[in-house]
Design a protein around this ligand. Sequence first.
Ligand code: SAH
Length: 374
Amino acid sequence: MSTVSPSGTPVPGQLTFVAPRRAKPARHLADLTMAERRAVVAELGEKPFRADQLSRHYFEKFNGDPGLMTDLPAAAREKFATALFPSLLTSVREMTTDAGTTRKTLWRLFDGALVESVLMRYSDRTTMCVSSQAGCGMNCPFCATGQAGLTRNMTTAEIVEQVVAGARALAAGDVPGGPGRVSNVVFMGMGEPLANYKAVIGAVRRMVEPAPDGLGISARGVTVSTVGLVPAIGKLAAEGLPVTLALSLHAPDDELRDTLVPINTRWKVAEVLDAAWDYAARTKRRVSIEYALIKDINDQEWRADLLGKLIKNKLVHVNLIPLNPTPGSKWTASRPEDERAFVRRLEYHGVPVTVRDTRGREIDGACGQLAAAE
Ligand code: SAH
């Protein structure tokens, strides 16, 4: 769109929609529909029911190593390992906080690209926050990921593997609180999910399809968070997948949003809100508006008032996120009294609002802090 800085890091306002062309990782079972898995198994000269068997191992037992699938003939195990279970994610580092119930994993992909995922266990649910791109091209100045630029899109299986890794750890009892399962997935890690549309939709399908096709997570438990790519929001609404849409608004006026969320120079506040209302109408799902409260930048009462007027009487919920610190940023979270006043203004308009309890700040695992450095 505009000039690229010589270092590869984006200049202010620069948007990168097309990911650099890079080699893709090898095909994995999780990239494929059940019909496609059966076709691959048949090509390998094996009985089609083996596709079900492999899928049960992967999506029910979280076993991605045919060497351990002892109910398969030894010769077939090797063929399946090569054809359907390449190693996609290698754990480089794990950091935990909240007595082990929040854990961030740094992953190396096959080509050396680094991404992060975060598992958050609460009393009533466990959420996996996943990455959909290595880096991000959307360049929001308050987000650490956005400052590093876009390395490449992730594949469906690379996205799914992050959830399976969390499910495996939970099932094995590796997370304090006893054996458990992943109940929620949020696309709030690295990347702009709607800029990697096809792979993300594939991943969502794998997550919500019941076993053995997929993980059997409720679509209502899956949240796709976006800066507001209007045409892609329309496409998502037509998928027939009732996932929750989260819109990173952060400002109710174009003048400020142009600088905080540069995509706003393409699609304005009014347009993106229209897309959100259309999404709510078509899916019957409450849209979540994400708003990071930044001290003296977007936290004025008049902005809360303007936001309230724009969204009142809609199928909506506002999630206020106290700004998490990022390296080199001059911005900080709002004063507690300003945060309270902001909440009160929204409540005055009858808008449901919560302040997000941001987990993982101590391990740079909170919203906007994922930067994936070794
Ligand atoms: N690209 C997508 C998803 C990733 S970010 C999106 O922008 O929606 C997930 C959420 O964290 C977004 O709402 C994002 O704006 C917010 N976020 C980014 N940096 C943040 C920071 N430093 N503090 C608090 N929230 C932040």
